[in-house]
Design a protein around this ligand. Structure first.
Ligand code: ADP
Ligand code: MG
Length: 685
């Protein structure tokens, strides 16, 4: 038996060169090898006779070599080897390209199993480059469910197959049983050894399913245990409680009444903050669901308790907007609100920092500038991170460190399917705002091709003549190294719009490379109605609130994720005006057209997120690893959610009985949990 941590190059049949190739697949050790699960399977079990073969299908056929194979050289670098095979009734011709060695491998009179795609005509089938093995040998690549692995240069499917077999034989018996016996029994899960054997070399699809179910469960279970462990650590930290204030005062300054969902979220927050341990809560809600009000209520409660809040947002535009809104709302109640962004002048900055330090400011709204070293708080009790997917965990932590375990409230406008939230934010408490303020109109969404461009321009003109405003968003190409011309093309496009297409309208451009001050100026002009058409890169994606904007046009919509487009669409339809979203489909083709069509069908951010997740996977979904999603080997966030719920339930049970997994029987589990936490240090909260 070979230890699991043995470097792969010492495994029989590997060696230096192959070890190098394998490392490209992330396979460094024997453990990695046996944990490199097939990505697909091919059913090669059914053995047919030649006469049963159907054109176009892939099939196994048993046949005897009728005569010696003949090779002819067609030209340099291309030779063809032909061989006739027969069974008791029919004949078939097999052709191999550039595989002269088969001449010796196929012995006339001997029976072989061939697997390949059937070609030829009815009555005279053929195969080209089939896989074959002697009929009397053990089945490896024919007559079985054949595992298909990920490959890289220098590693063939057959080789991976052999290596997997070899790996299992070397270490199969020492694969640790990480699932406690009672959990395995309670959830009817297969044993480790069985699972590994059958995930690689299943005898039947039923066995494969049993193996998969167990391995998915195990993976999600270990993950959930890690989350529980981290959560346990968090609750140990000392926090401080604030008294839940009478909310009627807060309500009295609102120009509207809160939705029930907002009420619920606010109650959750108040409850958390009234306890001894620090709050760690996520507010999830679709665009426009009114998350800011929940944060404002939290800041207000902290102000009532005589302490400070910091409200961090990802862009200056948003910082300005939130600052104005919160100031307007809470200053009449006596709270001092300050703005801290990178574009503050030196003097203003100094004064603001001083006021924050002295405790003269109750609520600071700002960008990343909030976490710079010279920002000190007098008594920071709450941090709010809006649009949290834009921040890394470290950034949030850096802000947290400015207080002593302050309460933390994060807000996400990228709705995550409820089930997924469990895993992404496994150690956060979650409130969901699943209701929009009354009177919101559905934004009519259209997917159009280039041929509609003129009509869309006419439509923009018509809306503007009615007093509305429009956004035209271009993909944020300027951010990428590969296309330094991206920004240029956006600039040129904006210029063309303003000179040639809408010479009589006010067209302005805002993009990520502009100075913050210039950006704010353009946004203010737009908000004030001085700009009719705002050409923008995705800097406007988050949060911007201009109720008079009634049209969102997105160029090359195929370059965006669905959730991102949904965010963009959320920039319109915020006032009383009927609003529209037009997506130019770009060059993405049918697949992306189908994807984009989801947006035309629904305005429900959760549904869209789910679809996005299904179609693009979680990596793209979040845009970066920042979200704290660890790599999963076998589980799919999109489709294994029912298992996740069970795995979490099981993890809670195990962890409540043995919070640090100190019990001897839990030691394989503890190892895995620790390995996972170690590997994801800095990304898991
Ligand atoms: P988001 O959840 O996308 O951050 P906001 O907090 O920006 O949404 O709210 C969107 C708009 O809805 C804002 O103009 C806000 O003033 C308004 N709003 C929030 N709550 C309510 C409510 N209960 N009734 C009516 N309008 C509301
Ligand atoms: Mg918001």
């Amino acid at each position: 038996m070979t230890p699991l941590d043995t470097n792969i190059r010492y495994i029989k049949g590997v060696g230096e060169a192959r070890a190098k190739s394998l490392s490209k697949l992330g396979i460094e050790t024997l453990r990695d090898l046996v944990m490199d699960f097939p990505r697909a399977y091919e059913d090669r079990r059914q053995l047919k006779s030649i006469s049963q073969l159907i054109f176009g299908e892939k099939a196994c056929v048993s046949a005897t070599v009728a005569s010696p194979a003949q090779t002819s050289r067609v030209r340099r670098g291309l030779d063809i080897t032909k061989v006739n095979v027969v069974d008791d009734r029919s004949k078939m011709t097999i052709t191999f390209f550039n595989q002269e060695y088969v001449k010796n491998a196929l012995v006339p009179g001997k029976e072989y199993i061939f697997f390949g795609q059937v070609g030829g005509r009815i009555g005279s089938p053929t195969m080209t480059n089939p896989i074959f093995e002697p009929a009397e040998s053990v089945s490896h690549s024919t007559r079985c469910i054949y595992p298909i692995y990920r490959l890289t240069a220098g590693i063939s499917q057959n080789m991976m197959n052999k290596l997997a077999r070899q790996g299992l034989d070397e270490c199969g018996d020492q694969l640790p049983e990480r699932l406690p016996e009672n959990i395995r029994a309670a959830y009817s899960l297969a044993q480790t050894r069985f699972a590994y054997e059958n995930i690689h070399f299943p005898k039947s699809f039923e066995d494969l399913e049993l193996a998969r179910r167990r391995l998915i469960f195990e993976e999600l279970f270990v993950f959930s245990c890690a989350m529980e462990m981290l959560k346990g650590k968090r609750t140990e930290k000392s926090g401080f409680s604030i008294n839940i204030p009478d909310l009627s005062e807060f309500r009295s300054v609102l120009p509207f009444s809160l939705t029930r969902a907002q009420d619920r979220a606010i109650a959750d927050v108040m409850n958390d903050m009234s306890r001894e341990k620090p709050m760690s809560r996520l507010i999830q809600g679709d665009v426009g669901s009114g998350k800011t009000m929940v944060a404002a209520a939290a800041c207000w409660a902290v102000f009532k308790a005589g302490r400070q809040s910091a409200f961090m947002v990802p862009t200056e535009i948003l910082a300005n907007q939130h600052f104005e809104a919160i100031k307007k709302l809470l200053e009449p109640l006596g709270a001092k609100v300050a703005l801290l962004t990178g574009s503050l002048g030196a003097k203003a900055r100094r004064e603001t920092l001083q006021a924050i330090r002295d405790g003269d400011v109750d609520i600071v709204v700002g960008t990343h500038a909030l976490i710079s070293d010279d920002v000190e708080f007098d008594d920071l009790a709450l941090i709010v991170a809006d649009e949290q997917h834009r921040f890394g965990v470290q950034q949030r932590a850096a802000l947290s460190d400015k207080g002593t375990s302050p309460h933390v409230l994060v807000m996400s406008a990228t709705p995550i399917p409820r089930t997924l939230a469990l895993i992404v934010y496994g150690d956060l408490d979650v409130s969901i705002i699943d209701e929009l303020p009354p009177g919101r109109q559905k934004v009519d969404t259209y997917l159009v091709g280039e041929n509609m461009r003129q009509r869309i321009y006419n439509f923009i003109r018509r809306l503007v003549s009615e007093g509305r405003q429009a956004f035209i968003v271009c993909p944020a190409v300027e951010e990428t190294e590969e296309s330094p011309d991206g920004l240029k093309s956006v600039k040129e496009y904006a210029q063309r719009l303003s000179k040639d297409i809408f010479p009589d309208l006010q067209v302005a451009l805002v993009h990520g490379k502009m100075k913050p001050k210039d950006k704010s100026e353009v946004m203010e002009n737009f908000a004030a109605g001085k700009v009719d058409v705002l050409v923008a890169t995705t800097v406007i994606e988050v949060g911007v609130d201009v109720p008079n904007a009634a049209l969102m046009v997105v160029e090359n919509a195929d370059r965006f994720g669905l959730s991102q487009l949904h965010q963009l669409r959320g920039r319109v339809g915020r006032g009383k005006f009927k609003s529209y979203c037009v997506l130019f489909e770009g060059a993405g083709g049918n697949v992306s057209r189908e994807r984009l069509a989801v947006l035309c069908k629904t305005n429900d951010g959760f549904k869209i997120a789910e679809e996005d997740l299904r179609l693009r996977g979680p990596g793209d979904f979040f845009g970066s690893r920042q979200s704290g999603l660890p790599d999963m080997r076998i589980s799919s966030f999109a489709s294994d959610m029912d298992v996740l719920v069970k795995a979490q339930e099981a993890a809670k049970k195990v962890m409540s009985e043995d919070p640090d997994l100190e019990d001897e029987i839990n030691s394989p589990l503890r190892d895995s949990v620790q390995r996972l936490i170690e590997k994801n240090r800095g990304t898991l909260n």
